[in-house]
Design a protein around this ligand. Structure first.
Ligand SMILES: Nc1nc2c(ncn2[C@@H]2O[C@H](COP(=O)(O)OP(=O)(O)OP(=O)(O)O)[C@@H](O)[C@H]2O)c(=O)[nH]1
Ligand SMILES: [Mg+2]
Length: 322
């Protein structure tokens, strides 16, 4: 979508946001966007799809590509998550590689390069969670950065940020805007993403399930939107009717997701409905159904439906025959 008749001062930049699970990619994006668009939880592997998050500063459009955290696993599902991250680097002007300061730094860089196996073009390192380090300024990050440059020669500079406290976010935004390229915007004014409300509704339901459920269950939950209908009456506040299925792997998980006397599903529903209502700006009627779909995370149809197509290293059985 190229928009004609744009302001002559318009600039745009597309920036991938990459790194291991849980380093704070989605939190940083939300901070920069000034809204809770992307889902964030305490648990790793929250984000499952790459998608665009868009904001503008004066005439400069910034398109941030959120991606799933990459990690080592032979499971088909995880290969597809890693593929999303790899695809997130395609066609961007700049990569931000996020590194969690509370964990060993160099292994995070090396693991990322090994797992994603792409030659990163222009790259900036972003050290995250500085608020969790007693004296982040005293860390020998310049030396560490030079070591990173040995494996990523295109690494140009680094930032030390906290999405919790906002440290250095202004500098990061300014630098991204300065790096933007003169040219037309890709999105219409006011657009915040390339994904639609259906996508975010399913994300906000999954976010609450992820947050509230324990052990393996969050990882064995998927959300499908069965219906998203506008039922607004003329001249009245917007009203939407949403039916969604929460898929689980086993019958015992279904019982847990529903909870005793339905308390768990009610909590997931109430919390996610509040967030969906903030998005739609109106009233939402939300119906949730918990369905057992054994091994859905190996089922190509379900994986495609939740936006995870085959990866380059998918098991043979997943390959397209023609
Ligand atoms: N203290 C602190 N916590 C942070 C910061 N940034 C993120 N977190 C926390 O780290 C956890 C993971 O954050 P996310 O933004 O979901 O991380 P992510 O990299 O998107 O994770 P995946 O989507 O799983 O790859 C959450 O509990 C956040 O609140 C930060 O700057 N400071
Ligand atoms: Mg995330």
């Amino acid at each position: 979508m190229l928009l004609t008749d744009q302001h002559p001062h318009n600039k745009s930049i597309m920036v991938s946001v990459l790194g291991a699970p849980n380093v704070g990619k989605s939190s940083m994006i939300n901070y920069l966007m000034g809204m809770d668009l992307s889902v964030v939880t305490k648990k790793p592997q929250t984000t499952r799809n790459k998608f665009h998050c868009v904001f503008t500063v004066d005439h400069t459009e910034v398109v941030l590509v959120d991606t799933p955290g990459v990690h080592r696993s032979n499971m088909e599902f995880n290969k597809r998550l890693n593929e999303q991250a790899k695809e997130g680097t395609e066609g961007v002007d700049l990569n931000l590689l996020l590194i969690d300061l509370t964990r060993d730094i160099l292994p995070q860089v090396k693991d990322f390069l090994e797992l994603v196996d792409v030659e990163l073009k222009r790259t900036w390192l972003v050290f995250t969670k500085s608020d969790r380090i007693e004296d982040a300024e005293a860390l020998p990050l310049k030396e560490v950065f030079e070591k990173v440059q040995e494996v990523i020669p295109t690494a140009e500079r680094f930032f030390v940020i906290s999405s919790r406290k906002g440290d250095n976010m202004h500098e990061l935004t300014g630098a991204i805007c300065d790096a933007a390229i003169p040219g037309p915007h890709l999105y219409l004014d006011g657009s915040v993403s390339n994904k639609n409300e259906r996508f975010f509704a399913s994300e906000y339901i999954r976010e609450q399930a992820f947050d509230l459920l324990k052990d393996e269950i969050p990882y064995e939950v998927a959300v499908l939107i069965d219906e998203f209908k506008d039922v607004s009456k003329k001249d009245e506040e917007r009203q939407s009717h949403i039916s969604a299925s929460i898929l689980v792997n086993r019958p015992s998980q279904r019982a847990i997701v529903i909870g005793s006397k339905g308390t768990m599903i009610k909590e997931i529903g109430t919390r996610s409905r509040n967030k969906i209502e903030l998005m739609t700006g109106g009233k939402v009627h939300l119906n949730l159904h918990v369905k057992v779909s054994p091994k859905w995370f190996k089922n190509n149809f379900v994986l495609e439906e939740i936006g995870l197509p085959r990866a380059h290293n998918s098991a043979r059985v997943w390959r397209n025959k023609n």
